[in-house]
Write a protein that binds this ligand. Structure first.
Ligand code: MN
Length: 240
């Protein structure tokens, strides 16, 4: 039987009834997927449930500073014995079962936690909320439901998820709910300035080199309007 709910309770109950959870997310991790995975890892640890975080692709350089990022196992395929050593899969921010790029996840029951409208409800428990600004916000609601106070590290990971998925609180999903959650995560120990520094000031050497090459190739004679240049006045045509 499959359960589809907007509230965190059934997912929390299912996670609690578990010995060891494999946590995964979509290929090419981003701030919401990785931050949410790491927050869920802490919640499970606090609940006494073993877990393994496994992604197909490595995380981008600007997410390397996320607390606990070093625990993520990167592997092109699931371990052969995963269905023996784990008894549940938690899929985070994946609209369908193929998004992690890891075949065989359906060998175990799945808890599906996502905010995409087109989610295919592939889990045994589907905690889905398309109005949530980020899966990281849904993780925060899992902590609240479990009555577990997150560590500053977990609050930081959820803040990363929220701030990256809202484009630094600029996109249309920047709702009052997003700001309330941001405030609560800040109260719980997230440091918004630190997170912004990680996201926007950490670049890989390869990306800095690429930027350098792009700038070097930019024609020096090319004139581009500066944003503060006022447009020339449009000449008025005399009425006839
Ligand atoms: Mn997201």
């Amino acid at each position: 039987m499959s359960v589809v709910v907007r509230e965190p309770g059934p997912a929390l109950d299912r996670l609690r009834r578990t010995r060891r959870v494999l946590i995964t997310s979509h290929s090419n991790p981003d701030g919401d997927s990785l931050g949410s995975e790491l927050a869920l890892a802490e919640l499970l640890q606090r609940l006494g449930v073993e877990h393994l975080v496994l992604n197909r692709d490595p995380s981008p350089a600007n997410l390397a500073m996320l607390p606990g990022a070093g625990q993520v196992v990167v592997a092109a395929a699931l371990p052969a014995d995963f269905a023996e050593v784990c008894d549940l899969v938690a899929m985070v921010e994946c609209p369908d079962i193929d998004r992690p790029g890891l075949g065989g996840l359906d060998r175990l029951p799945i808890v599906n936690i996502d905010h995409h409208k087109a989610n295919t409800c592939y889990g045994e428990v589907n905690y889905l909320d398309e109005e949530s600004p980020a899966v990281g916000e849904m993780m925060w609601r899992l902590f609240l439901a479990a009555e577990v106070v997150p560590s500053p590290a977990a609050a930081t990971n959820m803040f990363v998820a929220l701030s990256t998925d809202t484009g630094d609180f600029r996109y249309p999903n920047t709702t009052a709910r997003a700001f309330r959650t941001a405030a609560e995560l800040t109260d719980a120990g997230a440091d918004p300035a630190q997170v912004a520094g990680w996201i926007h000031e950490c670049r890989s050497e390869a990306s800095v080199r690429l930027l350098g090459e792009a700038l070097a190739a930019w024609p020096s004679s090319r004139s581009t309007p500066r944003p503060f240049d006022a447009p020339a006045p449009v000449p008025r045509t005399p009425r006839t």
